[in-house]
Design a binder for this molecule. Sequence first.
Ligand SMILES: Cc1ncc(COP(=O)(O)O)c(C=O)c1O
Length: 442
Amino acid sequence: MVSNGTVEKQAPGAAPGQLEAAFGRPLALASLSIHADDYTNTHPAVAPPMHVSTTFRYPRNPDELVPWSEADPDDFESFYIYSREKSPTSTRYEAILTSLLGGPAISYASGLAAFHAMMVFLNPRRVAIGGGYHGCHGILRILHKLNGLETVELEDDAALARLRPGDVIHVETPLNPTGEARDLEFYRRRADELGCWLTVDATFAPPPLLEPFRWGADIVMHSGTKYFGGHSDMLSGVLAVNPRWAASRTVPGQGKKEDEGGAEESKLTWVQQLREERLLLGGVMGSLEGWLGVRSLRTLELRVQRQSQNAQRLVRWLADEQARGEGVVAELVHRVQHASLQPEAADEGSWLARQMPNGHGPVFALWLATEQLARRLPSKLRLFHHATSLGGVESLVEWRAMSDSTVDRRLIRVSVGVEAWEDLRDDLLQGFQALKEDAGDR
Ligand SMILES: Cc1ncc(COP(=O)(O)O)c(C=O)c1O
């Protein structure tokens, strides 16, 4: 805090709970994106500062010195020591995400660092996992090497029955790379029957598209590199804890303790345990990333709504062209996959309509007729960049074989940006036409 009377009088602003009290109701997502961190302001500057310091001065008064081991873990936001524990810029990013996700949020260096931290914390013996992002399977292979962790197939109900209390059901929804959604209520019921934790990778459906806590997730993870960053310029991962567990002091991984008589208790809450493990694993975000993250979250809802609507329109256009059965799209595109094409999307009472009432994710997949066509399409496009990753304001396509050896080599993943959808449609159309002309020349 700057010790200048004027400055102190102007800062800080109200915390989310105080804002709710002042308005007599919760604020909307768009307002929270701008104001949920007001209470962290320590300066009258409207734009947030970027603190790059790795270390923080201890109080000058010897009587105020509290050794770290004796510090109050509930006093998280005022006690800064070393940036591997936390820094003011990442605290601000987490303050906004806590409001937007509906549970205490903890940031990490990348989405995979967050997934790793979640598995280390929950410490299951078995994880049920389906298709989806191949990197998460890679982490589970490392854990198998370290402690024999087993994986079982999520979409095979007989395999799910092999899970035991303390194991994890991990659901990625919508799925990478197809954008298809999965039913969280179904997996919550299975998790309850089996005594398992339900973890949800909701990277492809950031707010306002999906509220995983509402449908029973125990921990939600995101690759913040995607929609939270939103500009293809920062790596970040996020875990958010269901408020039901935030203050719990159990030590998960109780499957391991079955023979020894059940779960242990910690002096730290779940959120504090996760923070302590992050300090030791060292996977914190950098300050620049925290600052970029804050800047990007301000426009999260605007971007995501636009991207979701653009994707929906492009998918509809492609599906209609296919259904027409003639023309270049019908000739070259064999399949289109996206949550909006799942049969449940047309049924207003379905789980999909309930769980994703504000639109589907902005990523979808195309199968071209041959591998050669899929390899060549990106070079014919003028607006879509050919690159991996997703979630940025610019539209991308990826011949997915470039970065994922497990997929069909005819697959193109499309990450839709915020451009005008008609321009994106026309770019795809001229790309397909150019591909067809090439094929005719050969
Ligand atoms: C669904 C999903 N989860 C996790 C990750 C990993 O995130 P990061 O690249 O930030 O480590 C990705 C990356 O593409 C992803 O698509």
